[in-house]
Design a protein around this ligand. Structure first.
Ligand SMILES: [Zn+2]
Length: 79
């Protein structure tokens, strides 16, 4: 698995402190990329990504994603 950082012009609430951040941690595996908004701010000395259990977080994100995909495909079948 490839891990990395990225920053985006789009801000989202940090999953730890809920503050808007444009910094994301990225996890890439088999062409699937998960981006998790997490503070990484040198100036404010704020590093939420250090205080979070990434494995737990990624698992939850994948569960949510899978649920959404299933929901969408079910809705598509009904149309
Ligand atoms: Zn944060």
């Amino acid at each position: 698995m490839k891990q990395g950082f990225c920053s985006s012009s789009e801000s989202k609430p940090c999953v730890v402190c809920n503050k808007q951040t444009a910094n994301y941690r990225t996890y890439e595996q088999a062409n699937i990329v998960i981006q998790i908004p997490l503070c990484d701010n040198v100036y404010e000395n704020k590093y939420c990504w250090r205080s979070v259990d990434v494995k737990k977080l990624a698992r939850q994100q994948l569960i949510d994603l899978k649920r959404e995909i299933l929901k969408q495909s079910e809705e598509g079948d009904n149309q």
